[in-house]
Design a protein around this ligand. Structure first.
Ligand code: NAP
Length: 289
């Protein structure tokens, strides 16, 4: 990489940041297109976040991605947010536009595009989302926008209020979906999963280094006409996805969502179409696949 006085900078704010593969993904895209741009990771503690974000225009940095645990803070720290980011309640991409910080949420587009690529037709369908955090909120908004009719959000009994609030996004996202929380207990969760057309894992269950633990739901609950989406991207093939494949389900892995949300950020900053397959190859390489 040849950094010059003209190199444009973008980057990532998160805490910690060492696990991220976004630098490899974006720098591969810039190199492929011959753009004099560079993507740098910044470990920014939550207490320093607002100050760091405010410094972006002064430093001439074009924009940043924002990751755990800063996405909700970013919503409050920017000058403007898109309607989708406002609905999800989290910003994962910031763009400096004429000195103003504009916040986007590209997780929703990454989610819906990867579902669409896999032939997921949500119109009138029932979906179960496992988890009630930021990724689950992006999934509920995405599913509702794609026309799902019913969205059940499963969470542990202690998190049931958070699940109800996440499920409530279904109606607010328009499209006519209804959402409700269900408790992560055997009979309720099992009957919801068995009746679903789409299952989305939006928890970290299955993620490295705990990838050998059981999948969030048993393989025997899955039907072959279901679509199973696991947002976890490391490992690329989680136990949930492997089990779903064995049952004959269509599957979508978190790696594709990661790449497509990154592609959306790339276009917001650069105004250019992202070289998606180059980015995918870079991420797969960085994850050792
Ligand atoms: P988060 O805000 O921490 O939310 C995780 C949710 O899962 C919470 O509701 C949490 O409940 C629940 N959960 C965790 N362990 C559980 C367990 N053993 N049983 C039942 N529920 C459990 O995290 P997030 O930001 O939403 O991210 C979730 C996952 O999605 C992560 O693996 C992340 O890497 C992935 N993700 C992927 C992409 C992508 O582009 N592929 C994008 C965003 C996120 P508690 O609060 O009770 O723990």
């Amino acid at each position: 990489m040849n950094i010059t006085g003209k190199t444009k900078l973008v980057g990532l704010f998160g805490y910690p940041i060492g696990h991220s593969v976004s630098p490899q993904m974006h720098n591969a895209a810039f190199a492929h297109l011959g753009l004099d741009w560079c993507y740098l990771p910044f470990a920014v503690a939550p207490k320093d976040f607002a100050q760091a974000l405010r410094a972006l225009p002064a430093l001439g940095i074009v924009g940043v991605n924002v990751t755990i645990p800063l996405k909700e803070l970013a919503l409050r720290a920017v000058d403007e947010v898109t309607p989708v980011a406002d609905l999800v309640g989290a910003v994962n991409t910031v763009h400096c536009q004429d000195g103003k910080l504009v916040g986007y949420n590209t997780d929703v587009a990454g989610f819906t595009r990867s579902l669409t690529e896999a032939g997921g037709n949500l119109r009138g369908r029932t979906a179960v989302v496992l988890g009630a955090g930021g990724a689950a909120r992006a999934a509920v908004v995405g599913l509702a926008k794609m026309g799902a009719a019913r969205i059940w959000v499963a969470a542990l009994p202690v998190e049931i209020e958070r699940a109800a609030s996440t499920a409530g996004l279904a109606r607010r996202a328009a499209g006519g979906a209804v959402g409700a929380a269900i408790e992560w207990r055997r009979p309720a969760l099992r009957s919801a999963v068995e009746a679903a057309d789409v299952l989305v894992n939006a928890t970290p269950i299955g993620m490295y280094p705990h990838h050998s633990r059981p999948a969030p739901v048993p393989q025997t609950w899955l039907r072959k006409d279901m679509l199973v989406f696991d947002m976890v991207y490391n490992p690329v093939e989680t136990r949930l996805l492997a089990g779903a494949r064995r049952r004959g389900c269509r599957t979508v892995g978190g790696l594709r969502m990661l790449v497509l949300q990154g592609a959306e950020s790339f276009t917001i900053w650069s105004g250019q179409a992202a070289p998606v397959e180059v980015m995918q190859e870079a991420v797969a390489g960085a994850l050792g696949r």
